[in-house]
Each structure stands twice: as C-alpha cells, then as structure tokens.
Design a binder for this molecule. Structure first.
Ligand SMILES: Cc1cc2nc3c(=O)[nH]c(=O)nc-3n(C[C@H](O)[C@H](O)[C@H](O)COP(=O)(O)O)c2cc1C
Length: 228
C-alpha cells in the first residue's frame, strides 16, 4: 500500500470539539472524525496538522507582495524570510494527497484565517502561472497529480447547500473552491453541519448525517487513492 499524505487544517478559534467538550467546535468534530476514520483503515498514512485557531497564518503585507512578485533568483535574504511561512504552506500542499479542512462559516464566508492561508498559497510562479498570450491566461502548477480536498463546514443557521434557502449566500465553499481551482485542485467535496445556533434535534440530526456522510466519503476516497 502506498503512503498517502493528509493535510489536516482546523480553522475554528474554538479549541475543543463538540461532543467532547462544552461549547466545542462542530467543524473540529467533523475534521477529527474524517481523520480518525481515515486512520482506522490506513494507520500508516502521514498526517500534517495545522491549527489556525491557535496559530493563524499571517496576513500578507506590502513586503510580502514585493517579495512574491520578485523573481526567485533575484530575491534578497529578507524577502526569503518574509515568504518563509508561505513557502511552508505551499510545501505542505505539494506534499498532500488529501486536504481536509474543518472551518466555520463566518458572515457567509471563510474566517479571516482561512483567507490568509489562501492568500499565502496562491503564489505566482509557485502554485500558478500567467501567460497573457493564452485565451485563458492562468496555468495551474499543482495539477501534476490528483489532490482531493474535503471541506467540512459548520453553520449557525441552515439552507446553505444546493437548492437551500440561503444557497446563494454561501461564499465559503465557492470561495475556497475558486482559489484551489486556480492551482489545479478541482476535486472538492464538502459536507456541512448546520443548525449550530438552533441546537436540539435539528443540530443532532444534521450532525448525525454529516458524520455518516464523512464515513462514506472516507471509503470513497480511500478506494480512489488505492488505485492512484
Ligand atoms: C463571527 C461569526 C460569524 C458567523 N457568521 C455566520 C453566518 O454567516 N452564517 C451562519 O449560518 N452562521 C454564522 N455563524 C455561526 C457559526 O458558523 C457556527 O457557530 C459554527 O458552528 C462555528 O463553527 P465551529 O463550531 O467549528 O466553531 C457565525 C459565528 C461567528 C462567531
């Protein structure tokens, strides 16, 4: 069996998992369920873990932009320092076969930490390129092998899935998908737990459905990584 690398990211600032601690994070519960289910069948796979709740990615700065848009060979030592965290995020993404992200929905979109991570991984000459002579000028640089992404989201209210009453307001999943697509990561699965603010039966039912959806998704993805 070949080794698969999972990049597991949690973005909720709430530290514990729901079901394990009071006021715990629902998205952490989902991502933990994914990774533990995965590891039960494939204990030797590598897991890289990032917790943006305790260690948020730095927002990009003017120096970052200057450095990122300077050709790699022309970069001064301070520019390499400025880009060090971005380099590390990109190296993890390159290494990963499956990216599992547990994230809250904040104001219809991704939390600022997830956006900061996206701003750090979308880098010209590293993860995508541009050729103005092409009809579509963007060239993905992470398309050399399949990388599958799993977005596990938690929503206070409900109806953000396809056909739902708030589907048109879901800027979280489409926003992350658009950025990853630019890099060549087109296979994105998403599972949500909804009704976090409603609690009670509505939340319980949504959680049960999400957890069993995750178990099925793990089986499907493991069958895929088996065959390459
Ligand atoms: C700052 C903030 C913004 C939020 N915005 C939304 C929102 O736009 N839509 C929604 O359904 N819930 C929203 N919520 C509720 C969270 O999505 C919900 O509590 C979720 O469970 C948080 O994820 P976590 O349990 O992993 O921490 C928001 C919560 C906070 C704290």
């Amino acid at each position: 069996m070949t080794t698969t690398t999972l990049l597991h990211i949690d973005a909720s600032p709430r530290s514990g998992r729901s079901g394990a601690v009071v006021h715990g994070s629902h998205s952490r519960r989902l991502s933990h369920h994914f990774v533990s289910t995965w590891q039960a069948a494939r204990p030797h796979d590598e897991v890289i873990y990032r917790d943006f709740g305790t260690a948020p990615p730095q927002a990009i700065t003017g120096d970052w932009i200057h450095s990122a848009f300077t050709r790699a060979e022309a970069r001064e030592p301070w520019m390499h320092e400025v880009l060090a965290e971005s380099d590390a995020f990109i190296a993890e993404l390159r290494r990963a076969d499956v990216i599992v992200m547990g994230t809250p929905m904040y104001n219809y979109s991704a939390p600022a930490t997830v956006k900061a991570w996206i701003d750090n991984i979308v880098r010209v000459g590293e993860t995508f390129d541009m050729d103005p002579s092409l009809d579509y000028p963007y060239i993905p640089l992470l398309a050399e092998r399949p990388r599958r992404t799993v977005l596990l989201t938690a929503h206070g209210s409900s109806g953000f899935g396809p056909g739902g009453m708030q589907a048109h307001l879901n800027f979280l999943v489409p926003g992350v998908k658009a950025a990853l697509g630019l890099l060549g990561l087109h296979e994105v699965h998403d599972i949500a737990v909804e009704h976090a603010e409603d609690r009670g039966d509505l939340l319980d039912r949504s959680m049960t459905e999400a957890l069993s959806g995750i178990e099925q998704l793990v089986r499907d993805l493991q069958a895929k990584v088996q065959v390459g």
